[in-house]
Design a protein around this ligand. Sequence first.
Ligand code: ZN
Length: 144
Amino acid sequence: MPDVHEFSIADALATQVLRHTPAHGRVHEVEIRVGALRGLEPDAMQMCWDAVTHDTPLAGSVLVMDIRPWSLTCPTCGRVWESPVPFADCACGEVAPRPTATDELDLVSMTVEHDDDDEDEDEDEGPAAAATPDGGAEARERAS
Ligand SMILES: [Zn+2]
């Protein structure tokens, strides 16, 4: 395996998602929120995700990545704005706005479908549909 840090992230994420997956459940979609500081490459991440989940109930699931942008602060005029890249000129002419970003990696939601096709009514999807790992919100608060 090449030295891809996405791989260890995908591996840890899959472990976490599997803990929230009900028995006989099949996961269709997993949504995560990632701070720009993680430097996550979406293509590499999806590839690693496919690799670590191929023989689990997560096989074939789509990983939706909400990558949080950089925040740029202009030291000259004080403007603050969001940017997908850490370096950009300010409208006032300042060429070195200060980039900041967060490093959160939160499991936002997961879509689970039950595999059994018997007629038993299975009323609600349960809390797993909106599973959020403990401490995710707190970490986000601290980082911003
Ligand atoms: Zn400015």
